[in-house]
Structure formats: C-alpha cells, structure tokens
Design a protein around this ligand. Structure first.
Ligand code: UTP
Length: 579
C-alpha cells in the first residue's frame, strides 16, 4: 500500500503547530527522541485524513465537544427507517423470502466479501485469533475455513450461472497488529482453504496515538508512543487505500458483504439479503434482528433534521433511549410485536460497490470518529487513562449523499446472528451467553431449521434438549451440519431433498458435498463426504456425542476445546466417501 501522506517529521516540527507535542521529548535521550520521531513519521504516513496533524486536529475538536457534553443528536428526530422484514409470514419458507433469494442468487457472480478480523477479542481472552476457533465440532471447521467454503460455494454457483469458469469472488480481510501474523499463518498453513491467493487481499489496520489530555497531547510510556486500536470503521479507509471498491466496480462487481469474525449465519441468508439490496437499490443494507427494548444492541433509525432531511444510521443502545424520549413512544419501548420498532444492528452490511467506491473517493473513507474519554474528575479536566479517537464501520451513511438509499433487512436471529464473544465466567452470567457452546448450538439449530424448510413438510427432526458444560447451558438436538457445498440458499436446498427424512435427537449428520437425499431415517451418526445422490437409507448406530472434558484434562486441550469444556466422542459412525 502506498503511503498517502508521506513526509518526514522532526523533533523541532513536533514542538510547534499543528502538532504541539513538545512534552513528549522531556527527559529523553537523543536516541529515544529519534525513535519517537521515526514512530510518529511512520504513523503520519499511514493515518488517513491528513496524517498525524489531521488526527490531532480532529481529536481537539471532539475532546472539546466531549468536555462540553455536546449531544450528537441535538435537533434530530428519530423515525423507523425503511427496509424489508423477512421474519414471520415473510420469513424463510414464504414466497416473499423465496423471491428475494432467487433475485439474490442472480447477484452472486457480482458479489465481493470483506471480513473484519482486526479485533483482539479482549472479552473472550482467547490465546489465538478468533477466526482460528473451531466453529462446531461435527465438521471441526474453523470459522475461517467455513467462510472460505461459503465463498467457494457461491463462486462455484456463480461460475455455472455466468458461464465464466475462471470467475473469482474477491475476499478482503482486515487484520491488525494483534491478528495479522496469525491470520497469514492460518491461511498459509491451510493453502488459503481452497481460495486462490490472488483472490484474497489482506489489509492491516494500524494503531493510533493515545492522547493524555483534551489538548490531544500524545501519551508516552517508557520512552515510546502509547498506541490504541482505532476501531472497525478503519475498514472503509483501508478498502479505499487498497483501491479495491474502484477496481471491483471497474470489473462490473456490484455488491460487497462486510462480515464479522465469529458469525457464519448470515451466509445462510445472503441470497435473500442481496435480493433486498438489488430490489431496493440500497447503497447500504444493514442486516438486523428483532431488538428487545433496552437490549445491548444498536438500533437503526432514520434521523431527521429541522429541514426534514433524513439519514438512516445505527444509534448505539445507550444513546437510543435518551433519543427516543423525544418521540411519542417516550423511550426505548416495544411496539405491538413485543420488539422495538427500530431494527437491531448486527453489523453485517451489504454495500453497492460502484456507489461505495465513489463515496470513498470523495471522502477518503474516513468515517467520522468519536472519542469516549473516561474522566477522572467532575470538572472533566483529566482522563483516568489515555484515550484515542475511534470509528465504526456502521457509520458509513455519514459518507453518503442525500440521494443514496440506505435501509435494512430484518431476519430472525437463527438465520443471521451468533457470536463467540465472552469468556466462560462472563458467558455463564449472560443470556444469550455468546460463547463457543452457544454459537455451536446456534449453528446446529440454523442447519436443522433449513433442512426442515428445504424438505417442505418431508423432514422431521426431533426437538433439542438443554445441555450444560462449565456452567453454561444451550439447547442442542440433532447435530446437523450442511456444509456450504450442500446448498447456497434455501431455494437451492429445496432441490436436494426428494424423500422423507427423519432424524432423532441424539443424531449427528454431516453433509459435506453436493448431495441429494432420498428417504433417510437417521438415529445415530452419518457423514456424507461426497457429491451425488444417496439412495433410500436407514442408519441406526450408537453415533457420537458431546461429552464433558474432565477438569484435570482441560488445561492440556487445544484452546478451541478449553473454551468449550466438551469434546466430540464418536462410538460408531457411518461415513460415506463415494456416492
Ligand atoms: P467486536 O465488537 O467483537 O470487538 O468487533 P473485538 O475488538 O473483536 O472484541 P473485544 O471488544 O476486544 O472483546 C466486531 C468485529 O469487528 C472487528 C472484530 O474482529 C469483529 O469481527 N474489529 C474490531 C476489527 O476488525 N478491528 C477493530 O479495531 C475492532
């Protein structure tokens, strides 16, 4: 990546405006001073939006606003935004959903992907990178492998549909200093999980200088510049700096899916989501879930100013209630559906590539930053610890033009959202626990639901039961994994089930291939690792189970098992490698 604002700084230059950072050099040796200058020069070259000077100038403005307690929503009136609710009668299984899926399937050949994977995962406290966590134990796939397989399955469909046998669907991955080396290691060690190296672009985000006071004086610790993460909003500037949206637009690509490091579920509904983007011509389409009032999930609102101009954008949950106090509802409350009328943002976003490329070009991709200092005193004169500017990827509408259509697609959680976010102690106290067990349970539940829907009345799956490991409980029934190669959409899966399927609660079913099922009676474990048609079949064996790992063995397990407290124990499994 070429440096955008390359210029060399000096100790002298840093003393004066626009920097005013003379304090940094007090009591330092010449060597230390030069090291700081070299470090800041490097950051200056990489910081988008006017380099270091731009960063400090924005920080001074935002810190002054924070001290003054300025309300960022002053004068704005919230309204329920426009979008498509693919839940209940218009959810999966309905004609509406099927129509959107078919429309979206036509868009797959023009779709690009971007994984934001720069987050450290402090709350989880996992020793490796989050995309290296095993998503579920039935296939044993890591999140990264699963994402690659989805992209390859969409690509294979798109190649057939477009008649272009060399078509590649691009994937950009945002990493950070915390995740970059391990991400590359994971990809290299696994031959990019079948993706070609040329279709993957790694974009590393940089840390930004930490600031110790409202004059934006940079913090120095042990003779070095203190640095902190800038947030996932960096993805827009990085996409722009790498020239990707412009390049993709010139190649005729239309859509970009931005997805998260531990949530594979949106790939199951991607075709419907793309269908909504295409039907509504959305420049940005936020995937949302029904949101309970006061839930710690941001809400998508249309914010109207005095002139009647509106912007559809996420409002963080802690700002939502004060904002909604000004509406007739009187706060963050439910409507007749029992949910907030404001859709819950899960930060899975679809952009229209040509418009995105233009908006990034005119703005440099700098989404407006915010600052969240923890004040040490009532007068707001000191911070408890150094702070920094941050930015969020969902703030892209702030780069949009008035005429840009920004909306949402609402889906049930089961079809769109899970995550591995909390360490075991926190997960045990939360509902949902958002940990490895709950994510694994969500993945099985989503697959079971899809198989049932795809069978259109021909598939019966026994109800799940509660299981508990390390004090965390989740509902797990038949452990069904339909790998991406089985079907890229519900519509696609409907063509794969010809007979009656019955699956008992203790069963495990892995379908990893383009398989068509006839009558299947499963009470045990069956693994189909091939392409082709499975004739009528009855499988009855002692199967496999998820079993607790004894305390004394836990520490010696690989990290993906340590965060679970359970493992897969297989007694008798039927495996078919040729059909
Ligand atoms: P999370 O909200 O899960 O935050 O990020 P996190 O930083 O990973 O975890 P905590 O807060 O430290 O526990 C949402 C998504 O944004 C990415 C994450 O990797 C995840 O996919 N992200 C977050 C970045 O890419 N860069 C960042 O600076 C922050």
């Amino acid at each position: 990546m070429g440096a955008l604002f390359s210029k060399s700084l000096s100790v002298e230059a840093l003393f004066d405006g626009p920097y005013y950072q003379g304090h940094m050099f007090e009591g330092l040796t010449d060597e230390q001073k030069q090291a700081i200058v070299a470090d800041l020069s490097d950051m200056d070259a990489k910081l988008p939006g006017g380099g270091l000077a731009g960063y400090l100038q924005r920080a001074r403005g935002l810190l002054a606003d924070a001290k003054a307690g300025k309300n960022p929503f002053e004068g704005l009136t919230p309204e329920v935004p426009m979008g498509e609710r693919l839940t209940g009668e218009t959810g999966p299984g309905s004609k509406t959903y099927a129509d959107f899926e078919k429309k979206g399937m036509e868009q797959l050949s023009k779709t690009c992907f971007c994984l934001v994977a720069g987050g450290l995962g402090e709350r989880l406290g996992y020793p490796g990178i989050k995309i290296g966590i095993t998503a579920e134990l039935t296939s044993g796939m890591t999140f990264m492998e699963l994402y690659a397989k989805y992209i390859l399955a969409f690509q294979s469909y798109a190649r057939q549909a477009s008649g272009n046998s060399s078509l590649e669907l691009p994937l950009a991955i945002m990493t950070s200093g915390d995740t970059n080396a391990k991400t590359l290691e994971l990809l290299e060690a696994n031959s990019y999980f079948g993706l070609s190296k040329s279709q993957v672009t790694i974009m590393k985000q940089e840390l930004v200088p930490a600031l110790m006071d409202i004059d934006a004086r940079i913090a120095v610790k042990d003779g070095q510049v203190e640095k902190k993460p800038h947030g996932h909003g960096d993805v827009h500037a990085l996409l722009h700096q790498h020239g990707l949206p412009r390049k993709w637009a010139s190649e005729g690509r239309e859509w970009l899916l931005l997805f998260q490091d531990t949530n594979p579920l949106p790939f199951r509904s991607l075709c419907a989501i793309l269908g909504v983007s295409a039907a509504r011509n959305f420049v940005m389409n936020s995937v949302t879930v029904p949101r309970l009032p006061a839930e710690a999930v941001g809400g998508i609102c249309k914010l109207k100013d005095a002139s009647g101009e509106g912007m559809t954008i996420n409002v963080e949950y802690n700002q939502l209630d004060p904002l909604l106090k000004t509406t007739p509802a009187g706060g963050d409350v439910a409507d007749a559906s029992g949910f907030s009328p404001y859709p819950g943002n899960i930060n899975v976003l679809v952009f229209r590539v040509p418009d995105m490329a233009e908006r990034l070009e005119s703005t440099g991709g700098i989404v407006p930053e915010f600052v969240n200092p923890k004040w040490a005193d009532a007068e707001k004169s000191k911070f408890k610890s150094p702070t920094r500017l941050e930015c969020m990827m969902q703030d892209f509408p702030r780069l949009c033009k008035k005429e840009d259509q920004v909306g949402f697609t609402q889906l049930e959680r089961l079809m769109s959202f899970t995550c591995v976010k909390n360490n075991l102690a926190d997960a045990a106290k939360k509902n949902p626990p958002d940990c490895a067990l709950s994510a694994e349970a969500d993945i099985y539940a989503c697959n079971a639901r899809l198989l049932e829907l795809a069978g259109e009345g021909k598939v019966k799956i026994a109800q799940p039961k509660d299981v508990s490991f390390l004090g965390i409980t989740a509902s797990i029934g038949a452990r069904i994994i339909l790998a991406p190669s089985f079907g890229i959409s519900l519509e696609d899966m409907k063509t794969k089930i010809k007979g009656k399927v019955s699956i008992s609660q203790k069963s495990e079913l892995l379908i990893d291939g383009n398989v068509t099922l006839n009558d299947l009676d499963l009470d045990g474990a069956l693994r189909l690792l091939a392409d082709g048609e499975l004739g009528s079949k009855v499988v009855k064996n002692s199967g496999s189970q998820l079993a607790a790992i004894p305390d004394q063995e836990l520490k010696s397990q690989e990290p993906s098992l340590q965060i679970r407290g359970y493992r897969r124990v297989a007694a008798e499994v039927e495996e078919i490698k040729k059909l």
